[in-house]
Design a protein around this ligand. Structure first.
Ligand code: NAD
Length: 497
């Protein structure tokens, strides 16, 4: 049974009210079933959230479909005005959103604030693009007609987000989709629905019309998504998450030829060449590896160091790792928060055991931290045996694996020996080497002498098993637009007669 209300039920998280219902067709919708959201730093329940069913998701799709024609027809300037209003509401709630993000994801408050700021950069980027979409005009190649190309919104979109960047992922997807004129059904990650609810609430408060933005939480992602994917009114799925789930969604997209964008897993190499600034490389590698407790798609999964500088780099990297403070994200001195769940923390322990069974030396860390939360020591292994499957797998954990190579060529070969192709990094003081190595890396993004690179001006995304499509840059909005060609007969002679 469900009931729709204008006023949402909510939970209070660190003094901030967060709606817990689903949001469908301009109304907050309560459900009988609810599920708990936990603080991974304490294991405590923060609140209970409505547990949506496939029927709720289909109602959300009904609303998105019904609102599509009207939303598409809203003039670009008016759409941009709504974005601007949402932007200022979101900014006025920055601290609440960051606090809720830290509470449910565990990331340190400073990281949550940085994520808020980057999310707003993306949102603003799409706002600016709304009124700047261009078409082309050309003479037909055989004369007698003109070629006009324009764009139209692809149609109602399902947006599925992961828990590790609860605001950035939705701001980046919904920003592009709504700017392009698509209506959306947002499916949040079960671990972090509250941040997403605050984002949607800000859009509602800004006056986005009923049905344009719909929100569903669920503990049953597979049947819920499958029901929406099987409905041929859905025209787009934009997913961020694991490669395995992405592949499943792609197969569900096939029968209806649903347009699909996939931001999937990574196995990022971070290469340190013999002429690198080692201080910079070690400092950036620590950020790149341990940000979000290693639970990032673009994390440095394999740190590949030229043997002539490996000892010096390793010493500095391990020293910086040992200095990281693990703790509750609300403690401002914390560098690394908890792992997202007990199950995931156990998976990290399992990875440590697997490294222990190959030719790898444990340099620091390696243990769970006892207590109520799901904490794990930042861990470093020096790995000699590169053939083991664990040396080609996404770790998604606070475990750094260091590998030695004898040349840039060997570094590239090992870097590319993975099914993934999301983000790679290279550290060198020679720009020519940087470009040559970057060009040979089979990855969608390469950071040169830097370990962080997400930016709204850049096309974020991967190749191979890391995904299809891009978010951000000039490309992001076009993921939600389709080219449309008009052939217009022009009778030049008659026109001049
Ligand atoms: P996940 O694939 O388990 O879940 C992602 C989303 O899919 C969640 O909303 C989840 O509820 C939903 N989901 C799970 N099973 C589903 C199913 N059978 N059908 C439909 N939806 C389903 O991933 P996760 O654990 O939340 O996130 C970690 C993964 O996401 C890592 O592999 C990471 O690299 C990847 N990721 C990629 C990017 C990127 O931009 N490329 C960004 C962040 C995370």
């Amino acid at each position: 049974m469900t009931s729709a209300t204008a006023q949402s039920r909510s939970v209070r998280v660190r003094d901030h009210e967060v709606p817990t219902a689903l949001f469908i067709d301009g109304r907050w919708v309560e459900t009988d079933a609810v599920f708990p959201v936990r603080d991974p730093a304490t294991g405590a329940v923060l609140g209970e959230v409505a547990d949506g069913t496939p029927q709720h998701a289909l109602q959300a799709l009904d609303a998105a479909v019904a609102a599509q024609a009207e939303w598409r027809a809203v003039a670009p300037r008016r759409r941009a005005d709504l974005f601007a209003r949402a932007d200022s509401i979101l900014r006025s709630r920055a601290e609440s959103i960051a606090a809720v993000m830290t509470a449910e994801s565990g990331k340190p408050l400073a990281e949550a604030r940085a994520e808020f700021s980057l999310s707003m950069d993306f949102f603003q980027w799409y706002t600016e693009q709304i009124a700047h979409l261009h078409g082309t005009f050309a003479e037909g190649s055989r004369g007698g007609y003109r070629v006009v190309s324009t764009h139209q919104p692809v149609g109602p979109a399902l947006l599925i987000t992961p828990w590790n960047f609860p605001l950035l992922m939705i701001a980046r997807k919904a920003g592009a989709a709504l700017a392009a004129g698509c209506t959306v059904v947002v499916k949040t990650a079960q671990e972090t629905p509250l941040t997403c609810a605050l984002f949607v609430q800000a859009l509602v408060d800004a006056g986005f019309p009923d049905g344009v933005v719909n929100l569903v939480h669920t503990t049953r992602s597979a049947p819920l998504s499958a029901a929406v994917m099987a409905d041929d009114r859905l025209r787009k799925v934009s997913f961020t998450g694991s490669t395995e789930v992405g592949a499943r969604l792609l197969s569900q997209a096939a029968p209806g030829i649903v347009n699909a964008a996939m931001e999937l897993g990574g196995d990022g190499p971070l290469i340190v060449l013999d002429d690198a600034d080692l201080e910079l490389a070690a400092e950036q590698a620590v950020i790149c590896k341990f940000r979000n407790a290693g639970q990032a798609c673009v994390a440095a999964n394999r740190i590949i160091v030229h043997e002539s500088v490996a000892d010096a780099f390793t010493e500095r990297f391990v020293a910086l790792t040992r200095a990281l403070k693990v703790g509750n994200g609300f403690d401002e001195t914390t560098d690394i928060g908890p792992i997202i769940s007990a199950r995931q923390r156990d998976a990290v322990s399992g990875l440590v055991k697997e490294f222990g069974q190959i030719d790898a030396e444990l340099l620091t860390g390696g243990h769970e931290i006892p207590g109520d939360g799901y904490f794990f020591e930042p861990t470093v292994f020096a790995v000699k045996d590169r053939d083991n499957p664990i040396c080609h797998r996404e770790l998604f954990a606070p475990i750094a694996a260091l590998y030695r190579v004898a040349s840039a060529r060997e570094a590239i070969e090992y870097a590319n020996s993975t099914r993934y192709g999301l983000a790679a990094y290279v550290f060198t003081s020679d720009i020519s080497r940087a470009l040559t190595v970057a060009e040979q890396l089979d990855f969608g993004m390469v950071g040169i002498n830097r370990g962080i690179m997400a930016d709204p001006a850049a096309p974020f995304g991967g190749v191979k098993a890391s995904g299809l499509g891009r978010e951000g840059g000039h490309h992001g909005i076009y993921e939600f637009l389709e080219p449309k060609y008009l052939a217009i007969t022009v009778d030049d002679r008659k026109a001049l007669s």
